[in-house]
Write a protein that binds this ligand. Structure first.
Ligand SMILES: [Zn+2]
Length: 274
């Protein structure tokens, strides 16, 4: 599933390629993708121009004229691809056609991806963006992070994955952040020391920024809008490295289930606080 760095990569590409384009046509091959409905989205979208493209958590937000917002969530396997570079992509769910005869394809093997259109005053409630927590690279600093964790109980990894706490972290960057901070993902929040939390804050910011710098992780589904792969899979320290030696200590990396997700841990480097 694309996480903050992968979605940010897409948003940055769209900011270069999509701003100024006017929606001229919309084809919907899976109608359930569209909210409130395909007919409403098509009726209101055509003729609108893209003024900016931004991101909130893992949501892609197109700011349009007349204060409208088109929002896309890629969920498990969604992709956005420009047509001229579109080769044999299957699972096409929607096609956005622009007045300059370019087209953006929304492809999604598992069909969980969603496309919403609404006025800016209504879009947050419609999409659930109103329930998102802080943006880790924009609104989060160490003081706020400490405040957010104060009095909180529970398993560390579960908390990192909560979109209503910090928006945009998913399985890969949760594991990488735990490893970098030297904390076992099953650690209890209430058992973390002040220095653990300081390291954790630094690790989250570092891991997300590094992911963006390398244009995201392409291990399963993620590719950019121009069809290119991210490079961050080559830089991961723990995720996906089961049975490989830890880069820091040489211990064999283990895989276990935490927060219902496949989780990678170095039993030597990552301390379990409980
Ligand atoms: Zn280690």
């Amino acid at each position: 599933m694309p996480e903050l760095p992968e979605v940010e990569t897409i948003v940055r590409e769209l900011r270069e390629t999509a701003i100024g384009k006017k929606f001229w046509g919309l084809e919907g091959r899976v109608k359930s993708t569209f909210i409130p409905s395909f007919d409403v989205v098509k009726d209101q979208l055509l003729g609108l121009r893209i003024l900016n493209v931004t991101r909130r958590g893992k949501f892609i937000v197109f700011e349009l004229d007349r204060h409208m917002r088109l929002v896309i969530h890629l969920r498990m396997s969604g992709r956005l691809l420009w047509k001229k570079l579109y080769r044999k992509e299957s699972h096409v769910r929607a096609v956005f056609v622009f007045s300059d005869a370019t087209a953006l394809y929304f492809c999604d093997a598992r069909k969980f991806g969603r496309i919403w259109l609404a006025h800016k005053d209504e879009i947050d409630a419609l999409t659930g963006m109103d329930r998102l927590g802080v943006e880790p690279l924009q609104d989060l600093d160490e003081d706020l992070f400490m405040k957010m964790l104060r009095g909180k109980r529970g398993i560390l990894k579960n908390t990192l994955l909560r979109q209503d706490m910090i928006a945009g972290i998913g399985n890969i960057y949760a594991d990488e952040s735990c490893f970098r901070s030297g904390l076992h993902p099953q650690s209890r929040l209430e058992a973390l020391r002040k220095e653990d939390k300081e390291r954790l804050f630094e690790a989250i910011v570092h891991c997300l920024k590094e992911g963006i710098q390398h244009c995201g992780v392409s291990m399963t589904d993620f590719i950019g809008t121009r069809g290119e792969l991210g490079k961050h899979q080559d830089y991961l320290k723990i995720y996906g490295r089961k049975d490989d030696p830890c880069y820091t200590c040489g211990t064999t990396i283990e895989k276990m289930v935490v927060a219902g997700r496949g989780t990678f841990v170095c039993p030597q480097c990552q301390k379990l606080r409980k």
